[in-house]
Design a binder for this molecule. Structure first.
Ligand code: BGC
Length: 513
């Protein structure tokens, strides 16, 4: 990805031109990408708790659930590898697709990848809506995964290249905001469709994903490609014209020169993958791996995928379970706003640390309450008051995630890498995120069955580790221009030794050249 020079404030420069209609369209396109991803994250949990869906595709799970008797182990009633495969296969497809997408995005442009994402997604939604057997259902899910892989790879790149610098940070978090809205909409849709008589509500839930897909496909047809991409593919004249058009001014020389320089630096690097393994990029390499890994090990997707199933396990009724996931979805959206408004003021570290501590407290509280009621045998049920406390702690946990690891999990890896390793760093971030989303999705119900209430302590343990990691190893990057990020690493007590002296002025020299 070739980002421009820019950077207002803090001694950086700012370019001419403002927010144009094109940029507003850019936001909408990004929103579609985030919505697609969010809708998928949020829809399967509710669908897999619908009786008509279970009885059709997963009869053994259905019977286990139906035949529950007083002596049944609640922890294991949903444990089925096939059921979890329905949820999680999407992410393995997304992981694989994101590598293909990175070549398509580079060779053929960003909008082609966005178009592919929308189209494949549309096919997947339709297939899921009409599926009559498990094979079609899983193929539909795999198609959706390919869509997510292409969208998550291309949309953030498209955004970063289209956005004027001064709203780049907000746009980045806008993507996460769209994800959370997608999850909430999915929860609401499930809440509505479960009431439909005739047992086909799940079809509507799954097929409605076609709406954001269609919007994204159309958006991709009409949106222009980014100047960076046009330049990268060897058309400097066209690229400059496009830059003038999207910035709404003819005076784009400075930004265009920066684009040329940036493209040149990036082109000098023969192989980003070999490049990123050099010791001087060690901090970025490790953080681009650990941040998405830790983000998933917060256990957030246990809630996002399985909230309805989890609440049913805890003895909530069918409708109350779906309602609870709407509540957690709402909290997720609102709490993301907190992050948008505070991240550039108070910084990344304080959000990570506060969010981490809050998550640990909530997870331990939930673990203790479930442990007390259900013990290891898995027999028991909550009183209404206890159930409300559980819901409270789950919401406080989701809120903490939504202003810390949620948006920062995407923001931090995208802002710490110098241009020459930026797209490799981003690819590592996306694929590690998808891999662990898959793994958590796949093993959660089995883990619940075996670890029981201890599962909540398991995730709390990881949040303790990641909070300690942030305390010692993540420097503050608030208000640091992207090209000057090496200064921060150089000044760090641990990472400093990896950064050669000349790297600290590297960005500026390239710009001045
Ligand atoms: C994560 C997803 C998660 C979502 C919840 C995203 O940042 O990558 O895995 O489901 O946040 O809002």
């Amino acid at each position: 990805m070739a980002g421009g020079g820019f950077v207002g404030g803090d001694g950086g420069r700012s370019y001419e031109g403002g927010v144009t209609v094109f940029v507003v369209f850019t936001c909408l396109a990004a929103a579609m990408g985030g919505l697609l991803f969010g809708y998928d994250l949020g829809i399967s949990g509710g669908v897999t708790s619908m009786e008509s869906f279970l009885s059709k595709f997963f009869p053994s799970v259905y019977h286990k659930m139906k035949n529950e008797s007083a002596g049944q182990n609640q922890y294991c009633k949903f444990d089925s590898q096939l059921l979890t495969l329905f949820t999680s296969c999407l992410y393995i497809a997304a992981l694989v697709a994101s590598f293909f997408a990175s070549s398509v995005t580079r060779k053929f442009g960003r909008k082609i990848s966005m178009f592919v994402a929308g189209l494949v997604f549309l096919m997947g939604s339709v297939l899921n809506g009409v599926a009559n057997n498990i094979v079609l259902l899983i193929i539909g899910r795999l198609l959706l995964g390919i869509g997510v892989g292409f969208a998550n790879q291309s949309v953030p790149v498209y955004l970063a290249e289209m956005a004027p610098t001064k709203i780049r940070g907000a746009l980045n978090m806008g993507f996460q905001m769209a994800i959370t809205i997608g999850i909430l909409v999915a929860g609401l849709v499930n809440f509505g469709t479960v009431k439909i008589k005739g047992g086909y509500g799940w079809r509507i839930s799954l097929a409605l994903a076609a709406v954001p897909s269609l919007m994204m496909t159309l958006a991709a047809v009409f949106l222009p490609d980014t100047p960076n991409s046009i330049l990268e593919r060897g058309h400097p004249e066209k690229a400059k014209k496009m830059l003038q058009k999207i910035r709404g001014t003819d005076n784009v020389d400075e930004e265009f020169q920066d684009l040329l320089n940036a493209t040149e630096v990036a082109n000098r690097v023969e192989n980003q993958w070999i490049n990123i393994t050099q010791p001087r990029y060690r901090p970025q390499l490790i953080i681009c791996f650990l941040v998405p890994f830790f983000q998933q090990l917060t256990g957030i997707n246990v809630i996002m995928f399985y909230a309805p199933v989890l609440f049913m396990t805890l003895g909530f009724g069918n409708e109350a379970s779906l309602m609870s996931s709407v509540i957690t979805g709402g909290v997720n959206v609102v709490a993301t706003l907190v992050s948008i408004f505070t991240v550039d003021k108070f910084g990344r570290r304080i959000l990570f640390l506060q969010g981490g501590v809050q998550m640990i407290i909530c997870q331990i509280a939930v673990g203790v309450m479930i442990g007390k009621e259900f013990g290891v045998s898995g027999e028991g049920s909550f009183s209404k008051g206890e159930a409300n406390w559980i819901l409270f702690f789950v919401c406080a946990y989701v809120a903490a995630f939504a202003w810390s690891w949620g948006p920062l999990g995407w923001l931090v890896p995208s802002e710490i890498c110098p241009l020459e390793i930026r797209s490799a760093g981003q690819a590592i971030n996306v694929s590690v995120n998808m891999l662990f989303t898959f793994l958590i999705g796949q093993v959660f119900l089995t883990m619940l069955c075996h670890l029981k209430f201890g599962l909540f302590f398991f995730f709390a343990g990881f949040v303790i580790i990641m909070t300690i990691f942030i305390t010692f190893f993540l420097p503050e990057t608030k208000n640091v221009p992207i090209e000057e990020m090496n200064r921060v690493w150089k000044a760090h007590w641990f990472w400093g030794k990896y950064i050669p002296d000349e790297a600290v002025t590297h960005g500026r020299q390239d710009r001045a050249a």
